[in-house]
Design a protein around this ligand. Structure first.
Ligand code: GCU
Length: 327
């Protein structure tokens, strides 16, 4: 009996000695609400790869997709409490945490993609990105979420008047609420993960989102019309809890920021193809894609835009600065 015990003790000591020579690994949990084949998820997987490479394996990202750890709002709240390291949400979902993000919910804010990226990557975009830091949320980068378009279960929409009386799901965003009302429909905030059932049960008659999210959420199984009115271009945001960030060494902060920036570049490369593929897939499944004249939509929201700018001067000022950006 004594001999095996000695061996066990020795083995344990050796194992311990082995451990002391190993570097510890900092694991970052990153949770979000999208599907694993979504270009935004693929970009976050790339973020993890880059971070592991830069840190020589001393930092690792564990990804949790599909709202496994909660809705966007719940994940943001977990970051604030320090219970989760990172998340990725739509800017719209941040409106309640940092009002600056409301500016991106304004319809037809960007003239085109070049204008949008010059604004997001320039001083005004970076200021908004860091505006939630006092609320324990540090923005690391923007991801492309394309343009948002209406989709409906069974109403063919070609002009704003066709939206009259429809119940449209929105994100938790007061700007989206005002926009949908200005277009003549009723707005109902619902978490993204609960929307499939809400459409199925007739709680809402439609929603709005970019093509990859419309496709990968399988909402197209229930909604037969997708209307390319391109009312907003609300970017996604990669966030880290300041409870975690503030404990990093300057070197770790650099690695994380660089990996995020590289993932943002990769994500924008993936976006165009993913959008085309999503539109082709839903069309094949029988969805009618309608390309309406955008002018009547733009006209219908003009007064609402002016009201927001007057009532909320900080948002008005940000919108003006964005307008002045020249790519
Ligand atoms: C986009 C965005 C998601 C968001 C979703 C929504 O797809 O990328 O982060 O959850 O819109 O409408 O809720």
């Amino acid at each position: 009996m004594r001999f095996p015990r000695l061996i066990i003790l020795l083995a344990a000591l050796l194992a311990l000695a082995g451990c002391s020579g190993q570097r510890s690994v900092t694991v970052i949990k990153l949770a979000h609400g999208l599907d694993q084949s979504h270009p935004v998820h693929l970009a976050m997987a790339y973020f993890g790869e880059r971070l592991a490479a830069k840190s020589g394996g001393t930092m690792r990202v564990d990804l949790y997709s599909g709202a496994q750890l909660g809705s966007e709002r719940e994940c943001v709240e977990l970051l604030q409490l320090g219970g989760l390291g990172m998340t990725k949400v739509s800017s719209s979902g941040l409106e309640g945490f940092a009002p600056e993000f409301r500016v991106f919910g304004l319809p037809y804010l960007f003239r085109d993609d070049a204008h949008r990226w010059a604004a997001l990557n320039g001083p005004v975009g970076q200021e908004v990105l860091l505006s939630a830091e006092k609320r324990f949320l540090r923005g690391l980068c923007y991801y492309d979420a394309g343009t948002r378009n209406f989709y409906t279960v069974n109403r063919r929409v070609e002009k704003p008047a066709d939206l009259a009386g429809l119940k449209i799901r929105i994100q938790e965003s007061q700007i989206a609420l005002r926009m949908v009302r200005a277009l003549g429909a009723a707005a109902t905030p619902i978490a993204f993960a609960e929307l499939y059932t809400a459409l199925q049960q007739g709680v809402v008659d439609g929603a709005e989102n970019n093509p990859p999210s419309f496709h990968l959420s399988r909402h197209y199984e229930l909604c037969k019309y997708y209307i390319l009115d391109e009312h907003t271009a609300v970017p996604d945001v990669l966030l880290i809890s300041t409870h975690l960030w503030n404990n990093f060494t300057p070197q770790q902060k650099n690695w994380v920021q660089e990996a995020a920036d590289e993932s943002a570049v990769r994500q924008r490369e993936l976006w165009g193809g993913a959008t085309e593929a999503a539109l082709a897939a839903v069309r094949k499944a029988g969805v009618e894609i309608i390309a309406p004249d955008k002018a009547p939509f733009r006209d219908r929201v003009a007064a609402m835009q002016a009201d927001v700018a007057r009532e909320q001067p900080m948002i008005g000022a940000l919108a003006r600065r964005i307008e002045e950006v020249r790519p």
